[in-house]
Write a protein that binds this ligand. Structure first.
Ligand code: HEC
Length: 175
């Protein structure tokens, strides 16, 4: 049973969450850029597919936390949101509909006799992302599209435009 409550002093959660989410973005973007330079876009689909989760997991280990990337429109079924993550995703979607762009969202709850925090950082679609998450053919080159649909027959993560809300990085840690 999870009981959700509002955290009064969230500065600690915000600082720690932001640091770790930032480190993941830096790592993944750096590796993605390297891969595109070396192997091109098509080659980088397999790179994302084989390296994104292991890199995320090794950063989780290094920080002693649990990091996940998730979205309503997930590409890899392993990134499917749970109930609490759905609530966070909805928070960002609703805020954007109201013309706002929050920088984070925090959930604090009890699990057994432990207090757990979840820090969520939203991700937005940049021009680079359109190569693999944009519109078929218009943004995603044919050979890249072929590679994506081969690996992810049930892919939901295409059709985006620049600036759209793509999903979140979720960092979970104990009090
Ligand atoms: C070279 C192609 C490529 C580019 C460019 C790319 N992605 Fe992805 N993206 C992928 C692949 C492949 C996956 C699935 C990874 C996996 O299997 O874990 C993915 C997964 C994701 C996920 C995890 C949720 C899900 O759908 O499974 C997020 C979030 C994401 N991408 C955001 C972005 C953002 C933001 C950018 C731009 C900064 C970006 N991607 C650029 C190929 C790409």
């Amino acid at each position: 049973m999870m009981i959700l409550f509002v955290s009064l002093d969230s500065a600690y959660v915000r600082t720690k969450g932001e640091e770790i989410a930032g480190a993941l973005i830096k790592t993944l973007l750096g590796e993605l850029q390297n891969s595109i330079n070396q192997k091109g876009l098509k080659g980088s689909v397999s790179y994302c597919s084989e390296r994104a989760i292991p890199l995320t997991d090794s950063l989780s280990k290094a920080y002693g936390v649990k990091i996940k990337r998730t979205s309503f429109k997930f590409r890899n079924p392993k990134n499917k949101p749970d109930k609490m993550e759905e609530r966070a995703l909805r928070f960002f979607e609703n805020a954007m509909k109201g013309g706002k762009k929050p920088e984070y969202y925090i959930q604090t709850f009890r699990r057994g006799n432990q207090t757990i925090h979840r820090y969520y950082k939203p991700l937005f679609v940049a021009p680079l992302c359109l190569n693999c998450h944009g519109k078929d053919n218009a943004n995603i080159p044919a050979e890249v599209l072929q590679e994506i649909t081969k690996r992810y027959p049930k892919d939901k993560a295409r059709g985006y435009s620049e600036g759209e809300f793509r999903g979140v990085i979720r960092v979970e840690f104990k009090e």
